[in-house]
Design a protein around this ligand. Sequence first.
Ligand code: AR6
Length: 188
Amino acid sequence: MSDSVVYSIPPGVLKLLEGDITRDDADAIVNAANSALAGGGGVDGAIHRAAGPKLPGACREIIAAIGRLPAGGAVVTPGFDLPARHIIHTVGPIWRGGSEGEPEKLRSAYAQSIARAVENGLATISFPAVSTGVYGYPVELAAPIALGVMAEALAGGQLREIRLYLHGKHAFGLWRSAADDLFTGIVR
Ligand code: AR6
């Protein structure tokens, strides 16, 4: 059975789950995309495969309108063949050692994704661990930033539920211990 853990952050709930985000049925799942919204490997490749043939056209339309999506930005498309109704595409920073604005861009990627969800009247959103794969952001540095933004949105009543999908038991364990450190004393 896959691991999961729930943190109560009143009035909202944060769930960490080990598994495949493409199977999730939240109002929106977040994609760790690139600035061209061109698809790629990792979770981006998995989401493009699962969403089906209409997604690339929707991405091209957005890029035609805005040029490129900078790191820290987020845009919405339909979910097409996914169980989730929407996909929020965000671009995390490429890790270059930490002194090129990576923490601010990572924080913005999560915050802008949440902002798109709120603008669209959504209540539940599911994230992958943005930037911690191909883009090389160290998990122990990414986790407090990501979890902090999520906790703020939940405590502020912006969203009812946020789920964070971790790929594999090792990643789940790292994120779980970061969350336990941050949310000590919270009933779960
Ligand atoms: N469900 C949940 N998490 C997943 C899944 C999945 N199906 N597949 C991978 N992960 P990455 P990035 C995890 O590399 O670092 C793409 O080519 C993965 O184990 O997908 O932001 C884009 O086009 C890792 O922990 O995203 C960009 O060019 C996390 O998702 C670039 O990669 C993020 O890893 C973005 O790199």
